[in-house]
Design a binder for this molecule. Structure first.
Ligand SMILES: NC(=O)c1ccc[n+]([C@@H]2O[C@H](COP(=O)([O-])OP(=O)(O)OC[C@H]3O[C@@H](n4cnc5c(N)ncnc54)[C@H](OP(=O)(O)O)[C@@H]3O)[C@@H](O)[C@H]2O)c1
Length: 214
């Protein structure tokens, strides 16, 4: 029996666009309880797909952060400082930074993970899931011989272990640790390169999938 039957966590997901929807559905399907942290519970991007989905509940950003064991940030990078502020006290929690792109605003941060660390006070921020994609068939076919692989970076071993456990729930067992937070710009560059490569996006429904190995 898979370990996932023994470990079920409360996972907050902030941002319910393509990335957030895909991750939410995949993790709920793996047995986790998903708290969507949204600005308006009556109107958010993932509502048509996620409303009523077993194991998925929408609430405020602050409430999701407070109740969750770990938090996934899947908003545009520019929104990260605001989201971090509205999360409330999550200083002891693991935060998975899924975003791609630079942080805007008056304060200069090297990257979104640094903004999350400095604003929330959490020492457990990891950059990961940046190549989870929409409509890629790799994970949807359990009989496929293709085994997706991916990478992460950050200064917290605890956060990396948590991210790796979630990846494993999604069938991704080859997760390369690229190093500390100093390696995040490298990971961002790898992801930018990945994003410029062609990927098949046939499905209208959100699927959490990772592109073929780099
Ligand atoms: N799309 C992909 O395949 C993919 C893959 C890996 C990583 N990413 C990264 O994941 C992030 C999201 O991408 P996406 O394509 O899912 O974007 P998207 O479709 O534009 O969705 C953005 C989501 O963020 C929410 N949001 C924006 N500002 C917010 C704020 N201040 N507070 C709370 N929520 C806020 C939006 O809220 P509303 O629902 O209220 O509009 C929406 O749900 C990006 O950084 C992207 O680079 C994307």
């Amino acid at each position: 029996m898979s370990y996932k039957y023994f470990v079920s966590m409360d996972v907050a997901i902030i941002g319910t666009g393509r990335a957030g929807q895909s991750i939410a559905i995949s993790l709920a399907d793996a047995g986790h309880r998903i708290l969507l942290g949204v600005r308006d519970t009556q109107r958010y991007a993932g509502l048509p797909f996620l409303d009523g989905f077993p194991g998925i509940t929408a609430t405020s950003v602050e409430d999701a952060g407070e109740r969750a064991d770990m938090i996934i940030i899947a908003t545009p990078a520019a929104a990260v400082p605001e989201v971090a502020y509205f999360l409330g006290d999550v200083s002891s929690k693991v935060i998975l930074d899924v975003t791609n792109g630079p942080v805007s605003g008056p304060v200069r941060y090297r990257h979104t993970a640094e903004a999350l660390t400095r604003i929330t006070g959490s020492r457990h921020v990891v950059k990961c899931f940046t190549t989870t994609s929409y409509g890629n068939p790799l994970l949807s076919d359990p009989l496929s011989d293709l085994r997706p692989e991916t990478y992460l970076a950050g200064g917290s071993l605890k956060a990396k272990a948590a991210a790796t456990a979630l990846y494993r729930d999604l069938g991704i067992t080859q997760v390369f640790d690229m190093g500390s937070e100093d390696s995040i710009p490298t990971v961002e560059a790898m992801t930018r390169d990945w994003m410029t490569q062609p990927v098949e996006r046939p499905a209208e429904e959100p699927l959490l999938l990772v592109k073929q190995p780099l």
